[in-house]
Ligand binder design. Structure first.
Ligand SMILES: CC(C)(COP(=O)(O)OP(=O)(O)OC[C@H]1O[C@@H](n2cnc3c(N)ncnc32)[C@H](O)[C@@H]1OP(=O)(O)O)[C@@H](O)C(=O)NCCC(=O)NCCS
Length: 160
């Protein structure tokens, strides 16, 4: 369904918005498919830890919300805001000096909402040890130019 908030793309623009199948300018190779997954890696520096020397929960939440925000934005290419979060699990402490990898995946879409599962894995710097540190589910809503919820593309079923 066409969205009234979207201006027409400029001529020869790479069209990759929610109302268009990803494609390149005329004659060019198609652009990449719509992204549903975003991965971000950080290191746990002292400024982000608590007095136990482990990652502060609020820092973990901030990283996870950012990852969810990026995943939802890349998915729908619109302004998005976080509307709801739940199922937060802090499974194990994450020591200073660890590497953390966030994997944020759009797992469900509604009319204007996108549900993004975010998992934060902790990785030892000098071994292959890797464990799930925390996870949560974020619901983000796409907003139109009027600041009201606006439709997002439906999530296509992946390969079975
Ligand atoms: C986002 C906002 C404009 C939505 O307004 P609203 O009146 O809640 O809009 P709606 O009731 O139409 O809900 C919009 C979508 O959110 C979903 N939603 C609302 N409350 C929800 C909840 N508690 N849990 C999950 N989804 C929820 C609705 O189901 C709807 O999804 P759909 O369109 O896919 O069916 C408004 O809530 C807002 O501005 N919130 C503040 C956002 C913010 O500042 N976030 C922090 C900084 S990013």
């Amino acid at each position: 369904m066409p969205d009234q908030d979207l201006p027409a793309p400029p001529e020869n623009a790479v069209v990759n918005g929610p109302d268009h199948a990803p494609q390149g300018p005329q004659g060019a190779a198609p652009s990449r498919p719509r992204a549903t997954e975003t991965r971000i890696t950080h290191i746990v520096f002292p400024g982000t830890t608590n007095h136990h020397g482990t990652l502060f929960g609020g820092e973990a939440l901030s990283m996870m919300d950012s990852a969810a925000f990026i995943a939802a934005t890349r998915y729908c290419r619109r302004k998005v805001v976080t509307r709801h979060l739940d199922a937060m699990e802090f499974s194990r402490p994450i020591p200073q000096g660890s590497l953390v990898e966030l994997i944020a995946r759009v797992v469900k879409t509604g009319r204007s909402s996108m549900t993004v599962l975010v998992e934060l894995f902790t990785e030892d710097m000098y071994s292959e040890k890797r464990e799930l540190g925390c996870s949560g589910t974020f619901v983000l809503v796409a907003l139109g130019a009027d600041g009201q919820p606006t439709p997002v593309p439906a999530l296509e079923a992946g390969p079975t």
